[in-house]
Design a protein around this ligand. Structure first.
Ligand code: ATP
Ligand code: LTN
Length: 328
């Protein structure tokens, strides 16, 4: 039976946090045996915002190591670094030439990330979704598992593919976004109005996957709640709702069970129990990560293999694109 293809990407813009894990990585792990998967550390996307070279180099390896530590396995999945496969930059250029500026001007992530400095940020940041479309389209991707913030980019990718197919003939598959019903948007701890984010400057806002137990306890202790008492899922109370959602995702219980469990308990109890749940859930991942990091040659071997497999597939797609455009 022909398996469908999954593609997803993750930036090396900082340390991975539980939002990345619950919104994306964990689902990649559980879905992987049903599909052919490509998981990409998107370093070319990362440099759309200035990065320190030594930190970037280390973060690329850390992110890849965490993907393996979380349970991505080579039998089902190809893990690679975007800049190791040159076809990504090249297809991005070709797609640039058919993508209307107006489509990119509508992207909410660009508006958020550029903020008031719209004229100062790089052309790369503006063009970011086109490179993302290239990533996805090179692999004849059926499905793109991402957090909610990426829905608009995957939809744009479909529009670009359709426009290309219309102009140059059937070339690209149209991918579907795949967003988890719960966990698609984990919010910040100190600022639960905004999503938990890697590049967020405030360290207390995120629980990072490699945070030690004491730090996790400390961050949760300080997490924003409200002046009410009742522990209930309620979207109008973003702080408590977010803590309960993280608890729900790590324990796999339903909302009713959780509300019953916390009935009559205090926010202090909720935060303490959540901290222990998160610590225990991350423990195996952390242990495996440090094993991988200490195993000489392991990561390089895996990433070289990934680049080779991804490169072969991507090059063949690119040749088809050249032909259809009339470049060959
Ligand atoms: P940055 O802050 O640099 O934009 P990020 O934290 O948003 O980084 P990405 O590398 O852009 O992380 O995203 C990797 C994956 O994690 C994507 O599928 C994205 O949708 C998902 N994701 C990111 N933040 C969250 C979140 N707070 N909740 C759920 N999913 C998230
Ligand atoms: N833009 C995404 C990362 C990303 C991606 C992709 C996700 C780059 N290329 C292809 C899915 C498919 C982000 O910021 N999370």
């Amino acid at each position: 039976m022909n398996k469908k293809t999954v593609f997803s990407g993750i930036q090396a813009s900082g340390s991975l946090h539980v939002g990345n894990f619950l919104g994306a990585i964990r689902n990649w792990v559980t879905m992987q045996s049903k599909f052919n998967n490509y998981f990409c550390v998107v370093d070319l996307h990362t440099i759309t915002i200035p990065q320190d070279p030594a930190t970037l180099r280390a973060k690329i390896r850390e992110v890849a190591g965490l993907l393996f530590a979380a349970g991505i396995v080579e039998d089902n999945s190809v893990v690679f670094v975007q800049s190791h496969v040159k076809a990504h930059s090249e297809l991005a250029w070709l797609l640039n030439c058919i993508t209307p500026m107006g489509w990119l001007q509508r992207m909410t992530q660009f508006k958020e990330k550029s903020g008031k400095q719209r004229e100062e940020v790089s052309v790369g940041l503006f063009d970011y979704p086109v490179l993302q479309a290239a990533d996805i389209l090179l692999y004849d991707t059926d499905m793109v598992p991402v957090g909610e913030d990426q829905k608009q980019h995957v939809e744009l990718c479909r529009d670009i593919a359709q426009r290309f197919n219309y102009q140059y003939g059937e070339t690209f598959m149209l991918p579907e976004p795949h967003i988890p019903p719960v966990g698609g948007r984990v919010m910040g701890l100190s600022n639960p109005e905004n999503k938990m984010s890697k590049s967020e400057q405030k360290q207390e806002d995120s629980i990072f996957l490699l945070d030690n137990p004491d730090l996790i306890r400390k961050k949760l202790k300080k997490a924003t709640t409200d002046s009410l008492r009742e522990i209930r899922f309620d979207e109008n109370r973003p702080g408590v709702n977010n803590l309960l959602t993280i608890y729900q995702l790590f324990t796999d219980q339903n909302q009713e069970e959780i509300e019953n469990h916390f009935e009559g308990k205090s926010y202090k109890d909720l935060k303490e129990q959540l901290a222990e749940t998160v610590i225990e859930s991350l423990r195996p991942l952390q242990e495996r990560y440090y094993e991988i990091a200490g195993e000489k040659g392991y990561l390089d071997d895996m990433l070289n293999r990934g680049a080779e497999l991804a490169g072969t597939k991507a090059e063949s797609k690119l040749r088809e694109v050249w032909e259809n455009i009339g470049l060959r």
